[in-house]
Design a binder for this molecule. Structure first.
Ligand SMILES: [Cu+2]
Length: 125
């Protein structure tokens, strides 16, 4: 009798485990589908005192979701010559880059002693 009870508990635990596993997988799939639906993205991750990449690339003519993530400190990002500026109040913007070229990207908010070094590049191909 006790053996049966243990066995039943074991089966229930297995079923619960499998359920949780599948739930995780479908949640991840939904997340990925959402990202794909959002289209191409250009994400600037800012820390004290740099951006996460020395160079970013986008394709000309493509509509891109440009976002700023302040991972450390408080920064703003400006793509020079295009009039695109993002900060904590306006973290995301849809942009279609029409003109191929290399654009200077800077931090547009005096953020501290390393502020002047917060420079990166955007290449529109
Ligand atoms: Cu700055």
């Amino acid at each position: 009798m006790q053996k049966w009870a243990m066995f039943s508990l074991f089966i229930i635990a297995c079923l619960l485990g499998t359920g949780v596993l599948f739930q995780n997988i479908s949640a991840r799939q939904a997340e990925r589908a959402q990202e794909e639906a959002a289209g191409p993205t250009l994400k600037f991750v800012a820390t004290n005192y740099q951006f996460d990449q020395p160079e970013y690339t986008v394709k000309a003519g493509e509509t891109v979701t440009v976002t700023l993530q302040n991972k450390e400190g408080l920064h703003a990002v400006e793509i020079k010559g295009l009039g695109i500026k993002l900060d904590n109040n306006n973290k995301s913007q849809q942009v279609t880059f029409d003109k191929p070229g290399t654009y200077e990207v800077i931090c547009a908010l005096p953020c501290g002693p390393g502020h002047d070094q917060m420079v990166t590049k955007l290449v529109v191909q």
